[in-house]
Design a protein around this ligand. Structure first.
Ligand code: WTA
Length: 704
């Protein structure tokens, strides 16, 4: 088998030390981190066992940390019992009962604050109501709600009684919802009359009704939370208003101790096939991961106001909204709507209004807001911000620098956190007071996580900057346990490739000479051009480094001689003059050649007004591939945010320009030093080479 490595062809040399003022106050200092790493390395199982004992409250302590059953099924703390909701709420009632747990802001501007006591009472009421409706230990409850406090109340109410929740993102269609309800065999659905998003009302109840119209016999009841006060149809006997079911319920509900391995939730995520996978997480292990990583990575302090912009429909909203920060006793901010309502300053306004100190979002949002300029964030007082985070995709260095300069005002460390729905919590990330950061790198694995990069044969790739498969060598408590109802798929997706030797993340990555990880993208986004493997994200990153380009998506298409050719779809910054497409395309080809080398020069570039994105915000690469190959589109495009874009993508409007000869001289660096605005001294101090990469996914979802 070929051992060709995924080639990385960009360089990124900037290095940012933790700001001294931040480092001086940080909860984890250099020596603390060294200690955590050395303890974890010496005894990984004991390391997690100690943390589980000290960080979690157990109803029955465990006697064995890890079942030595072997890959790919691991059981953590298996004979211990606890309750996740009690670990997030009850444990704080005494010391933090009156502390604000949650600050909510709706898109229309309404706000609410819930103390730990109030949140606890709301959870207990709903938990009692669920019980009364016959929901018990192990039953599945699907939650399909706007991002309002009740979504978290619903999750905790399930956890409190040992029911398994499965949150379905409110941007999913009724078809997707039905598929998930069916796969999970849900007994009850919790939804709302609607939610506000992008200036529109999202008719969630209507979608739920459509989903339940066929093949959902398992569902006995639907609880409907009133949010938008729009008329909805309530089916007698099945549908109940939230306010009615909790009315008269006691604000106390004894938490049910569950086995550590009892599933806390299922969360559906897309895989390489069309059918979504129900990623199954365990109770204790997941909670431990969410809690300790919140503390480590976000340097959480008692007075922090923590805002993770993710919807609870995604894993980030589970680990860093619903569970991690609450387990750690933090105050979280929750915002219902789109970042551009009423204008692109909304996020910054929320930071100012609620005194946000830690802000965690996705590169796609950063890029979308970056596109709107610096004037909007400049209007707001962002002086309380002390730490910024990024998750979900590689952050391209341009977006990183903008985040650092315009939002962090060069004062806040940025934690670029790599992890997945499957990993449960952050796996590779800087520790903000300790780890020097490099724009575009998620830096190094957290203590207790043995990440590695291996080649096709499963051998470690030791040469710096050579790419390979990102794998995790050891089990960790917050890893997924299986795919709900499809253990075979669990084995084949994550373990089979290297005969159960390690967890295969499905991402390609490389490590630089400092041992920093650079995620290059999903394995299936890797192209093989003339025998060279190229991460599509790298080409995308090069394209967006061009001053006129806002977003880019790169896919492969078959090529007679080279095997595969590079096909790029690009979106311009601002408005583009019609008629200049051909010259722009030529310019971009030369640009990519300059940035990356002739090998990466796109054969086709199509200029378009938008990229096709699902409502969850991912670029529909399969659709782009089909277009690039000139194939008929068989994919369902109804989930597209903007279905009208398909014709444009096909080139009905703009045709690729004629190819230009490749320039002989190539400059490997992405952006010139002058442009980077980095002091010469800093650059000289860091001459290490490494790749940068990135990828555009999506502007934030505007409406269903
Ligand atoms: C990508 C989101 C680069 C990666 C928590 C992974 C990232 C997938 C990063 C998981 C990052 C996530 N840098 N790539 N910091 N974080 N990814 O399941 O490809 O929605 O496999 O979990 O996002 O996406 P998921």
């Amino acid at each position: 088998m070929s051992r060709k490595n995924i080639e990385s062809v960009l360089n990124e040399e900037r290095l940012f030390e933790p700001p001294p003022a931040f480092a001086a106050q940080a909860g984890i200092r250099l020596e603390d981190l060294a200690m955590l790493h050395s303890r974890a390395a010496a005894d990984p199982v004991g390391f997690w066992g100690d943390l589980a004992r000290t960080e979690l409250i157990w109803d029955r302590p465990f006697t064995q940390v890890l079942d030595a059953g072997g890959a790919p099924h691991y059981r953590w703390f298996a004979d211990g019992r606890l309750n996740v909701s009690a670990n997030c709420l009850d444990r704080h009632l005494e010391a933090r009962g009156h502390k604000t747990a949650l600050i909510f802001e709706g898109e229309p501007g309404d706000t609410r604050r819930l103390s730990y006591r109030e949140l606890h009472a709301a959870v207990c009421r709903l938990a009692n109501a669920l019980r009364r409706l016959g929901v018990g230990y192990g039953d599945r409850v699907v939650i399909y709600m706007p991002l309002i406090p009740e979504s978290i109340v619903a999750m905790h109410a399930c956890a409190r009684i040992g029911a398994i929740h499965s949150v379905v993102f409110g941007g999913f269609s009724s078809v997707a919802l039905r598929e998930r309800i069916r796969d999970a065999g849900a007994k009850l659905v919790i939804t709302a009359d609607g939610g506000h998003r992008g200036g529109h009302v999202i008719p969630l109840k209507e979608a739920t009704d459509k989903a339940l119209a066929a093949d959902c016999d398992s569902v006995e009841h639907v609880i409907v939370c009133r949010r938008v006060s729009q008329p909805v149809t309530m089916r007698p006997g099945r549908d109940l208003w939230w306010h009615d079911v909790v009315d008269g319920e006691s604000p106390v509900c004894a938490p049910v101790p569950v086995d550590a391995e009892h599933p806390l939730f299922l969360l559906y995520t897309s895989g390489s096939t069309g059918k979504p996978k129900g990623i199954q997480h365990a109770s204790a292990g997941f909670l431990l991961g969410a809690k300790v990583t919140t503390q480590w990575v976000f340097d959480l302090r008692e007075d922090d106001v923590f805002w993770c912009t993710a919807d609870v429909g995604w894993v980030t909203g589970h680990s860093y909204n619903a569970y991690g920060p609450l387990a750690a006793g933090a105050t979280i901010v929750m915002y219902e709507g789109a970042p551009t309502i009423p204008d692109g300053g909304r996020f910054w306004k929320i930071c100012e209004t609620h005194g946000v100190t830690i802000f965690y979002t996705a590169p796609t949002a950063i890029r979308a807001l970056m596109k709107l300029g610096e004037e909007l964030p400049a209007r707001y007082d962002l002086s309380k911000l002390r730490l910024l985070g990024s998750v979900g995709e590689p952050i391209n260095p341009e977006a990183w620098m903008w985040y650092h300069r315009v939002i962090g005002r060069e004062r806040c460390p940025i934690v670029d956190t790599w992890w997945q729905t499957e990993t449960g919590a952050i796996m590779i990330s800087p520790i903000p007071g300790v780890t020097p950061t490099k724009p575009g790198s998620c830096t190094q694995p957290l203590p207790g996580i043995q990440a590695d990069i291996v080649d096709e044969a499963g051998e470690p790739v030791t040469q710096p900057d050579a790419g390979g498969y990102l794998v995790i060598r050891n089990p960790w408590p917050f890893m997924l346990r299986t795919i709900w109802g499809d253990d075979e798929r669990y084995r084949s997706t994550y373990w089979a490739k290297f005969q159960n030797r390690f967890y295969v993340a499905g991402d390609s990555a490389h490590r630089d000479a400092d041992g920093y990880y650079w995620i290059m993208g999903r394995i299936d986004d890797v192209l093989n051009v003339a025998g060279h493997r190229l991460g599509t994200m790298e080409i995308e990153s090069a394209l967006v480094a061009h001053p006129r380009i806002a977003e880019a998506a790169v896919v492969g298409r078959p090529h007679e001689i080279k095997g595969e050719a590079v096909f790029a779809f690009v979106v311009c910054r601002g408005t583009r003059a019609s008629g200049d497409t051909a010259s722009l395309v030529a310019e971009l080809r030369d640009w990519v050649t300059q940035q990356l080398g002739a090998i990466a020069r796109p054969d086709d570039i199509r200029v378009t007004d938008a990229l096709p994105k699902t409502r969850s915000g991912k670029i529909m690469r399969r659709l782009l591939r089909a277009i690039a190959r000139g194939e008929e589109i068989t994919q369902d495009v109804s989930t597209l945010e903007n279905p009208a874009i398909v014709d444009q993508l096909r080139g009905v409007e703009s045709k690729p320009a004629k190819r230009k000869p490749v320039k002989k001289k190539q400059k490997p660096r992405a952006v010139s030093r002058e442009k980077r605005k980095v002091p010469k001294k800093k650059q000289a101090a860091s001459t290490r080479k490494s790749a940068k990469m990135a990828r555009r996914k999506v502007a934030p979802r505007k409406r269903r």
